[in-house]
Design a protein around this ligand. Structure first.
Ligand SMILES: Nc1ncnc2c1ncn2[C@@H]1O[C@H](COP(=O)(O)OP(=O)(O)OP(=O)(O)O)[C@@H](O)[C@H]1O
Ligand SMILES: O=c1ccn([C@@H]2O[C@H](COP(=O)(O)O)[C@@H](O)[C@H]2O)c(=O)[nH]1
Length: 316
């Protein structure tokens, strides 16, 4: 991994984590410090004072007083009084509820209003995720569906590339590095781009049926998107061998100008897909929300499967 990659990813990670750290620090200031310092400091101050007064007592003119009186009654009484007083205050302070125990009951209870709702409800938008390995033909098939069914096609990769090239984007360099390395850009960036693009399509085109292509590529993205933006209806999953995808990508690389259509990046993308994106497909599979398409045949052959499967699923 290059040092540029490390430093850029470190920067975004620290930017994105700032608000979390900030609120954690505030929480710590408000809830932890007073509780930790006060109960323990009172007795120890008391103990120090007691030891010092006993140690210094005889010293302050002590030689004379001690030699005159072998049983120094007044200092002893003073020590006893101070000790009893200290003990009394210690017992009193322990009668107060311990803050650490009291704390949970002070927390507000979770109410129905606190449960997060996605920005768009099921009646407002219809979202289909489109997944498959790099070069499986997702974008190609999405274009067919846009033409024939009026979907809005939002490719997460295209949105990231547009953001990367947008003048003044604070994420440009970061996105470029992640794409070249075949890694997944931090989800906050991608989810925000998708939500903005959906809002835009709804307000300018009045369209509400979305194909979200090449997303979610990682479990955290799937969870965040469905919690905060919209729940997906199902996932169209294009299955294809790595050999076939490699040939398609190398061919596309002759003209695409993409920085990741080269053999080094392609291998990294295959790896990321297997390790990071396949668990997302498995997750939706368990929920019975995956429509599998054999993507190894011709473009037309693949599309006829897509149409049939999609119609069946939408009827169900
Ligand atoms: N069924 C097919 N047979 C042969 N070539 C195909 C087929 N489908 C797509 N292609 C070609 O393969 C290349 C990759 O297709 P496409 O861009 O649609 O894949 P993708 O899954 O969207 O890739 P990526 O995830 O990298 O964006 C393109 O050049 C496309 O023309
Ligand atoms: O959700 C996403 C989607 C994509 N990326 C990055 O973009 C490239 C290219 O994606 P394509 O779908 O092949 O156009 C991908 O390899 C990732 O690096 C992402 O980070 N998050």
């Amino acid at each position: 991994m290059s040092s540029a990659f490390c430093s850029v990813s470190g920067r975004i990670a620290s930017n994105l984590q700032f608000s979390i750290r900030n609120s954690t620090a505030t929480f710590a200031r408000q809830h932890l410090q007073p509780r930790n310092i006060q109960p323990s400091s009172a007795p120890s101050t008391f103990r120090r004072t007691l030891v010092r007064s006993y140690a210094t007592g005889p010293g302050k003119g002590g030689e004379t007083a001690g030699s005159k009186n072998p049983f120094p009654v007044i200092p002893l009484l003073a020590i006893l009084a101070a000790g009893s007083g200290g003990f009394y205050f210690l017992v009193q302070s322990r009668k107060e509820p311990m803050p650490a125990i009291e704390e949970p009951s002070r927390k507000p209870r979770l109410t129905a209003g606190d449960v997060k709702k996605p920005a768009f409800g099921p009646g407002e938008v219809s979202v289909i995720f489109v997944l498959g390995g790099p070069g499986a033909g997702k974008g190609t098939q999405c274009q067919n569906l846009v033409r024939d069914y009026g979907f809005v096609h939002l490719s997460a990769g295209d949105l990231l590339r547009a953001e990367q090239n947008r003048e003044g984007s604070e994420f440009g360099e970061l996105i470029k590095t992640y794409i070249r390395e075949g890694k997944i850009v931090p989800m906050e960036v991608t989810v925000a781009l998708l939500e903005n693009a959906m809002r835009d399509a709804i307000s300018t085109q009045r369209k509400t049926k979305f194909l979200i292509d090449g997303f979610p590529r990682q479990m955290d993205q799937a969870i965040k998107f469905e919690e905060e933006v919209a729940e997906s209806r199902f996932t169209l999953f294009f299955e294809c061998s790595e050999d076939t995808m490699l040939q398609r990508l190398l061919k596309r690389g002759e003209t695409s100008g993409r920085i990741d259509d080269n053999i080094e990046s392609i291998k990294k993308r295959f790896h990321t897909f297997e390790v990071t994106s396949m668990p997302v497909v498995d997750y939706y599979e368990k929920k019975d929300k995956v429509v599998r398409i054999d993507a190894s045949s011709t473009q037309e052959g693949v599309y006829s499967q897509v149409k049939k499967q999609l119609t069946d699923k939408l009827k169900a």
